[in-house]
Design a protein around this ligand. Structure first.
Ligand SMILES: Cc1cc2nc3c(=O)[nH]c(=O)nc-3n(C[C@H](O)[C@H](O)[C@H](O)COP(=O)(O)O)c2cc1C
Length: 419
């Protein structure tokens, strides 16, 4: 037989979601103040789906637990799936917080069909009636028929792995795309940037070039005219905290949502998270082309970016989130890595890092270093950037001049190969 410690250690390597399983305790006989069943609940990660038709789920509970006896007697249980910010709730319902008199205190609960409590702030809940009880060693597998369900909130789930709490992190995307936002007003430059595989934000609709263009629009009339003139994407700037701004853009994009990119200004500003989440939900419902979170002031920290993205990437699905990042304190690439790991694969950059934005050439090199493919021609971008910088810094005009720091490997290889 397997060594019990080894067995537990291997089980600890299996990552799972975390739920609170709730049930009802029958009223105590004779007690005048207790006439209705009281609530009880415990943390459980053994939740599993069993069947779609009929809808069945299972939980596997230790026979010694108080909850086990109650579920067996009542024949009822509820499942509340916990979100990433609910480790404290999980600890409380697992009996890991000392001196807790009421595990349910401080949270808002509802009931549905069976009367068991269901956590309002959970990612979702199921209300179940026990239809089978299978013996499983020192545990019992309760199979429940699902009578009601609700997806209460969209966010990342709480995870449990190796006896610790964790959060879901998206893997790096396979492909990332870039858009230049330096407001190009020259046809040759626009053609060159787009030709290098970077969508280009043009100053006027006449600058339309092959390869992808966008333009910032103020109203629907401008948007329609620009799209008719051949611009690919209309970009709308929205301040989620300005009353009426959301509605202005929602009505403006009617019928052209799939060619509209909405930019939420100062998206990472303190105390704007709720407004941003609301705007993301509203635009996701309209199926806009993309939702861009802007950090024009550069005030967003990598941690703030991670927190907001964990919330809104899920809210926006299937609409992709784009990020307009600032390079303040040279943290632009750190923020880009954070974003890539949080489910973002579209970025606003600028060919020379103009306006303090993360520079296209830096981000393309980073993508290469972390094995994320991009349609961008890295040599063309490096060459363009050198020429654009040249008037400001004549030393850079001459490609043969030795750079002060060695360029990233990709550029060393590519520029070497290009002669
Ligand atoms: C993340 C996590 C998952 C758990 N999952 C289960 C489970 O699936 N089944 C079980 O019997 N106990 C599980 N437990 C243990 C119970 O939550 C714990 O024993 C709880 O205090 C039982 O409550 P009760 O004694 O009031 O019934 C888990 C604990 C943690 C921390």
């Amino acid at each position: 037989m397997v060594d019990p410690t080894v067995f537990r250690d291997v089980l600890a390597q299996w990552p799972s979601g975390v739920t609170v399983v709730t049930t009802l305790a029958a009223p105590t006989d004779g007690s005048p103040e207790q006439t209705a069943p009281s609530w009880h609940g415990m943390t459980a990660s053994s939740f599993s789906s069993v069947s779609l038709t009929p809808p069945l789920v299972s939980i596997c509970l230790d026979r010694k637990l108080y909850s086990h006896g109650l579920i067996s007697e009542s024949g009822l249980f509820g499942i509340s799936v916990l979100a990433k910010d609910q480790a404290e709730v999980a600890r409380r319902f697992a009996g890991m917080v000392p001196d807790v008199e009421d595990r349910f205190a401080g949270e808002s609960w509802s009931t549905a069909v069976t009367g068991v409590p269901l956590l309002d702030s959970a990612l979702g809940w199921l209300d179940c009636r026990v239809v089978h009880e299978h013996e499983g060693g020192d545990h019992t597998i309760f199979v429940g028929e699902v009578l009601a369900g609700h997806t209460a909130r969209k966010s990342a789930p709480l995870l449990f792995h190796s006896r610790g709490w964790g959060q879901f992190a998206d893997v790096m995307p396979d492909v990332a795309t870039l858009a230049d936002t330096s407001l190009v007003d020259d046809h040759v430059a626009a053609a060159e940037i787009a030709g290098a595989g970077v969508r280009v934000r043009v100053a006027q609709p006449m600058l339309t070039v092959a390869g992808g263009t966008s333009i910032v629009v103020g109203d629907r009339e401008q948007a329609m005219a620009s799209l008719e003139a051949g611009v690919d994407v209309a970009e709308w700037l929205v301040d989620p905290l300005v009353p009426g701004d959301l509605d202005r853009v929602l009505s403006g994009i009617e019928g052209i949502a799939d060619r509209s990119s909405v930019h939420l200004l100062d998206a990472f500003g303190a105390s704007r998270a709720d407004a941003v989440a609301g705007a993301v939900s509203a635009f996701a419902q309209e199926r806009v082309l993309e939702i861009c979170l802007q950090d024009r002031a550069g005030s967003a920290t990598p941690l703030a970016i991670r927190h907001l993205l964990q919330e809104v990437v899920a809210l926006a699905r299937p609409v992709p989130i784009r990020l307009g990042l600032h390079d303040r304190d040279r943290l632009g690439l750190v923020k880009a890595i954070t974003a890539l790991k949080s489910g973002v694969s579209h970025f606003d950059t600028s060919a020379t890092g103009a306006d303090g934005a993360v520079s296209t050439e830096d981000l393309v090199c980073l993508l290469h270093e972390v094995d994320v493919t991009s349609p961008v021609d890295v040599v063309a971008v490096a060459d363009l950037s050198r020429r654009l910088r040249a008037p400001l810094n004549p030393a850079e005009a001459e490609p043969a001049s030795a750079p002060t720091a060695p360029p990233p490997a990709i550029l060393r290889e590519q520029l070497g190969a290009a002669g």
